[in-house]
Design a protein around this ligand. Structure first.
Ligand SMILES: [Zn+2]
Length: 163
């Protein structure tokens, strides 16, 4: 019995139960769709769940307005960064194992997903309540970004960019 994981004993190596990707209630109310992701991002997000050993709840894929054009090709802050080819390469994870990111219940899961993201070559950037990490180019290690304003905007979700 594992009380920390009442929805199944993922990852798959434990007992054949894969970690799940799901759209949160917030995401459902705001039009989030996993099928809107590019294939590389969908695979990367699935890998992040399996390798970290946590179910991941998604608040946003291409829905909503964002500064990062990797959500839907449009940058809310910086129109010069608009690029429709980048749409579907970012997700906002609002829950880890059905706990809201930013709460004490979610903190160890967020730390696991964050570290897995930093170790995963297909992940370009991670921004969460603990900080902001960005790879300067594909295949290079992620580097800590000194950008407290951006970190403050991510108190209740993890933003993950994929190549
Ligand atoms: Zn985001």
């Amino acid at each position: 019995m594992n009380f920390s994981d009442p929805f199944g004993l993922c990852p798959i190596e434990k007992d054949g139960v894969p970690c799940k990707l799901y759209v949160t209630a917030y995401g459902a109310a705001h039009g989030a769709s996993l099928s809107a992701l590019q294939v590389s991002a969908r695979h990367g997000l699935y890998d992040l769940a399996q390798r970290s050993g946590h179910d991941l709840g998604v608040n946003a894929t291409t829905n909503g307005t964002h500064d990062d054009p990797r959500h839907n090709g449009v940058s809310n802050c910086c129109p010069e960064r608009d690029d429709p080819n980048k749409a579907g390469l970012a997700v906002d994870i609002g829950e880890v194992d059905h706990h809201v990111v930013g709460t004490a219940e979610a903190s160890s899961g967020v730390a696991d997903v964050q570290q897995t993201g930093l170790d995963t070559p297909g992940v370009m950037a991670v921004i969460d309540p603990n900080g902001y990490w960005l790879a300067p180019s594909q295949g290079k290690p992620k580097q800590v970004q000194n950008d407290p304003a951006t970190v403050r905007q991510h108190g209740t979700h993890m933003h993950v960019d994929f190549w």
